[in-house]
Design a protein around this ligand. Sequence first.
Ligand SMILES: Nc1nc2c(ncn2[C@@H]2O[C@H](COP(=O)(O)OP(=O)(O)O)[C@@H](O)[C@H]2O)c(=O)[nH]1
Ligand SMILES: [Mg+2]
Length: 288
Amino acid sequence: MSIGEVRPEDSNPELLGRARARTRSASRSPRANGSLRERLGTLTTSLIIPARNEEMSLRQVLGDAIPDFIHEVIVVDGNSVDATRDVVQEMCPRARLISQTGRGKGDALKAGLRAAAGDIVVTMDGDGSHRVSDIHPLIDCLLEGYDFVKGSRSLPGASSEDFTAVRAAGNWALTQVARTLYRAPITDITYGLHAYWRNAFVDAAQLVDGFGFEIQTVIKATRGGLRIGEIACLERPRIGGASKLRPVKDGWGILKVIVGEAAPRRRVAFRPLSDLYLDGVTVVRGAA
Ligand SMILES: Nc1nc2c(ncn2[C@@H]2O[C@H](COP(=O)(O)OP(=O)(O)O)[C@@H](O)[C@H]2O)c(=O)[nH]1
Ligand SMILES: [Mg+2]
């Protein structure tokens, strides 16, 4: 497993001070043995999967066992016209199936976040590109003191079987813009496999409704002084159906989001919370 730490170089000193404090707190915490479920203690996890016309892919994604450390599965249907809803009920009866009221992947993720009850939220695509097995290291990383952990297809050991030349070039260019503007060594800005503390996300409603949402969360988290980690992931090709992303139109929208976030007075969306939770975990471990 390769973990890359993403630390903004231009955070204000107060935020950086808090980040250092969190790092020390995390390194003092014993790296506990036992299953992830045991290590989570009383903490709970919600997996949010946005899906629009994903009947073929979801059959396999939900057919593979969802690990026991995921307490809640939320599938957000985007007015699918195929059998997506039936497949969810058939393949994963424990999943909560909700419908988004607006349009776009970001709108679906907002609906999932409003419904999620877990202390930790994981967002994963429903087309089979994200591997369920990559969720474990993401949550491990949160428990070790990170506030926001994301997958990357660019770290050593990572790769994508889903990139076309256009998408790879677009992702590289968008990532470079974000790195330059926010002086944060993010290696892959558009990979949407994310895990974070739900209560750290204080205002999701202000974010965009489209594909830019996940990119905006990364930038907001960076600007909020959160400790961000990246995990090397292998992206699979989508299992079936068609991509909803229009590379030029959505790529342009994402670029506008990245640049727009550089405006001086952007609203805060995230606050660092991991210390609070880590202390909680330590107490739980100590008492056990
Ligand atoms: N609910 C919902 N899900 C969406 C929407 N747009 C995309 N998705 C889902 O978001 C995930 C990623 O979308 P995808 O089309 O694979 O984008 P790509 O991976 O960038 O090609 C898939 O599970 C899609 O079904 C939407 O408007 N609503
Ligand atoms: Mg996809």
